[in-house]
Design a protein around this ligand. Structure first.
Ligand SMILES: [Fe+2]
Length: 175
């Protein structure tokens, strides 16, 4: 067994209809960096929690938000800028669909691909599910010592003081 602990559900015990054990095994196999590093599994789990929380206010498609959290950084080749990793993640989404590990409608797939492709470009405008995905990621900047700038967040839900404080308090907690 590698240092990557196999997992079939999120640490909070919430079974997900989209994050299947088979999908989680696939992304674990695909990920080349430190599983417990700043772009690894604990970050993804916090991003999922962030996304689900703000989705309650934004009305985002939670299937897309959950899948985003566990695919958008999977194809990173380094822990730095890695400008191509969003596009690689988008292509990976298509691979996962072909393998039937991701089952989404065409519309949902389009949202997930857009969210992955542009997640690190600093954009703040777009469809609400896409914006919720980006904010879920940005709310976890505290893990690297950066307080998210409300001006760089896309949704009013993520800019709420209590949400920012909640995300900051959880910034280095294992996800
Ligand atoms: Fe990223």
């Amino acid at each position: 067994m590698s240092k990557k602990r196999r997992h079939s559900q999120s640490r909070d015990g919430t079974a997900s209809s989209v994050l299947s054990a088979a999908l989680l095994a696939a992304v674990q196999e695909r990920f080349e960096l430190d599983w417990h590093g700043v772009h690894g599994i604990h970050h993804w789990r916090r991003v999922r929690e962030n996304g689900l929380r703000i989705a309650r206010a934004t009305g985002a498609n939670v299937r897309v938000v959950e899948l985003f959290s566990h695919v958008y950084d999977v194809c990173r080749e380094n822990e730095g800028g890695d400008p191509g990793h969003g596009r690689r993640a988008a292509a990976y989404v298509e691979e996962l669909r072909a393998a039937e590990l991701v089952r989404l409608s065409e519309e949902e797939t389009g949202l997930l691909v857009e969210a992955c492709t542009y997640h690190s470009n600093g954009r703040t405008r777009g469809e609400v599910t896409v914006l919720t995905c980006w904010d879920a990621d940005r709310l976890d900047l505290g893990r690297v010592g950066i307080r998210p700038d409300p001006k760089c967040l896309c949704t009013a839900a993520a800019r709420e003081a209590r949400v920012l404080a909640w995300a900051w308090e959880r910034r280095v907690r294992p996800g």
